[in-house]
Design a protein. Sequence first.
Length: 177
Amino acid sequence: MSAFRFPAVFLAIAFLLLAMPAAALENTAVVNVQRIMRDATVAASARDQLKAKQTEFKEQISRQETELQKEDQELAKQRTILAQDAFQERVKTFQKKAAETQKDVQAKRQSLSKAYNQALADIQKKVTDIIQDISKDKKLALVIPTSQVLYFEGSLDITDQVLTRLNKEMPSLKVQF
């Protein structure tokens, strides 16, 4: 009797698995989040602001490095002229300034990173809200990122709808540095 139950249970499970996808597909959609983050006007706006701030920071850092190099060269020239105590005092001052410059560079990097992460989070929150709204309107039970799907029917893709709404509802974003 147990030999009979195994094929019956197996057939029942197989039947359920075959029947489920058709029903599940009616309430399922996919969305290409990477494409949205690449093509959305708000994402381009945020990238442009971040690049501009990064360029500004690079220019500031370059000026600071040039100034430090000049001071270092001047300090090297003064090594033989100044008394040992006076020279050591200037070396300490120079090292302190170099350390402050390094801290400034690190702070700028952190500022860029924090601004990028916050902008990304704001955009992703809006994308999620739009996906939820579309899901309610279409009575979708499940929306899956395309990165998690091997194959899908094109009619299940709501990426264009999400992208259109995002461009309309959030055309730009002021990145906070």
